[in-house]
Design a protein around this ligand. Structure first.
Ligand code: NAD
Length: 459
């Protein structure tokens, strides 16, 4: 089956970069990304590609090359669905905040709306691709909606989870370790495989049944997050034993059975995926009565929450047990470097804890706008919005954020933080000048030589 037109529903961190790369590598396929969010679509269509709604190294260049040729951004959802032979669903699947499964299960209302939308509009046969991360067996629900509403039209459902990491999305898409396609119809699977086949070697395109594919994505994220929680658990032990977590990580990472990646101790993982996908896995396991399995994976989240909390506790106890009225400069707000995404960022929770202790917080992040910082804090609903505005200030310049601060908390591993003039920063701060390095970013010896009191994770 030859695909000429693709529609992708959801112009977010996954839909945008993924479709941009598919368009770049398949100049003969017209790709239209649609979204209900007009502001987001306008930003994708901005002449100035530095204003795209998603910050990803390498993305502006690809959008510039393909946009208006075979890559389009639009809010005309029905039209794009109607014209396409293949429709990707790449909408958000957040943790439920209400009803059954609140705080654990994935909220599938956006996915269901997409399925209903496709069923209402489709007049010709379509391949529907689950790109969103979905609980195992969701394809069954999508198929049921499509078949019951979609009349005579034939729908083939594929699961094609995305394994990109924000911050390296373009590189991950251009050189994926593997592409995973789960489905029933061989013809549909091969139609999607041929699109990826434009740049991905065939032996790296895995074909599985739909359920294995859906479950593999949740499992991959659970394993990745588990490594972070594992090394973070060891980091706390290092702090009590004079072991150094970097040395331990290096020593174990050289064991080829363990491998060196994902062993950086830190303030804990954030981002939109790890927590929600593990919670979802835990929920699914519990719903099958598999309590030991659920408890096992839940511990990854418990440890991660502990890591964030003990970082802010350490800061407070070190500052003579009170941060009330003290200025704490937070460097970084994004959940990791090279992205403007702040979902579940550790910075939000650390700031919230410090604010409850009446600290005043000064934030600097190279890519996160002021409004996002306030929105993230207000979303927690811990205090009035007015109080967040009074206690938190967001700066465009790091040195201004740091001026007269009692302490700096490094929350994101942005490379630029390493090259700051730390002598100048020392002179700008109140003494003793404390640094709490949540990312093990700075060199302890040279920082201490300047005069800072330096605390880092796992050392
Ligand atoms: P996102 O929130 O950045 O983007 C989702 C977009 O879908 C939003 O712009 C929203 O307006 C739009 N949308 C929602 N309902 C819609 C509807 N009915 N019609 C049209 N548009 C609609 O989310 P994201 O980070 O791109 O994640 C999307 C999915 O991909 C999630 O399931 C996520 O788990 C998965 N995923 C994310 C990542 C990541 O790193 N962010 C990686 C792999 C997989």
């Amino acid at each position: 089956m030859k695909i000429n037109k693709i529609c992708c529903i959801g112009a977010g961190y996954v839909g945008g970069p993924t479709m941009a790369v598919i368009a770049k590598m398949n100049p003969n396929i017209q790709v239209t990304i649609v979204d209900i969010n007009q502001e987001r679509i306008d930003a994708w269509n901005d002449d100035d590609v530095s204003k795209l709604p998603v910050y990803e190294p390498g993305l502006p260049e690809i959008v510039k090359e393909t946009r208006g040729k075979n890559l389009h951004f639009s809010t005309e959802i029905d039209k794009a669905i109607d014209e396409a032979e293949m429709v990707f669903i790449s909408v958000n699947t957040p943790t439920k905040t209400y009803g059954k499964g609140k705080g654990m299960a994935a909220d599938l209302k956006y996915v269901e709306l997409c399925a209903r939308n496709i069923a209402d509009v489709a007049k010709t046969d379509k391949i529907v691709v689950e790109k969103s991360t979905l609980p195992v067996r969701t394809a069954h629900a999508i198929k049921s909606i499509l078949d019951n509403i979609g009349g005579e039209v034939k729908f083939d459902i594929l699961s094609n989870p995305e394994f990109l990491a924000e911050g390296t999305a373009i590189q991950d898409l251009l050189k994926p370790d593997r592409v995973l396609i789960g489905g029933e119809s061989k013809e549909a699977i091969e139609a999607l495989a041929s699109i990826y086949g434009s740049w991905v070697p065939q032996d790296q395109i895995l074909r599985t049944n739909v359920w294995s594919s859906e479950l593999s994505k949740l499992t991959a994220n659970a394993f990745l997050a588990q490594r972070i929680s594992s090394i973070n658990a060891i980091s706390e032990l290092c702090e009590h034993t004079e072991a150094n977590v970097s040395e331990v990580a290096r020593a174990i990472g050289m064991d080829s059975r363990i491998g060196p990646k994902f062993l950086n101790a830190s303030i804990g993982f954030g981002g939109s995926c790890f927590q929600k996908d593990i919670l979802n896995l835990v929920y699914i396991a519990r719903s099958y009565g598999l309590n030991e399995v659920a408890d096992y994976w839940e511990q990854v989240i418990i440890l991660n929450d502990h890591q964030k909390r003990r970082f802010s506790d350490k800061l407070i106890t070190t500052l003579y047990n009170t941060v009330s009225g003290k200025k704490i400069a937070m460097l970084g707000w994004a959940f990791k470097k090279d992205t403007n995404d702040t979902r579940e960022s550790a910075a939000i929770y650390v700031a919230d804890h410090l604010l409850s202790e009446q600290a005043s917080i000064a934030v600097y992040d190279p890519k996160v706008p002021k409004a996002k910082v306030y929105a993230d804090l207000n979303y927690l609903n811990t205090r009035l919005e007015k109080e967040n505005e009074e206690l938190v200030e967001v700066f465009n310049n790091p040195y201004e954020a740091i001026k007269d601060a009692h302490a700096i908390a490094i929350m994101t591993e942005w490379d630029e933080f390493k090259s700051y003039d730390w002598n100048k920063i020392y002179n700008l701060m109140k003494k003793p000048a404390f640094i709490f390095d949540g990312r093990r970013l700075l060199d302890k010896n040279s920082i201490e030589k300047i005069g800072f009191k330096y605390f880092t994770i796992g050392q």
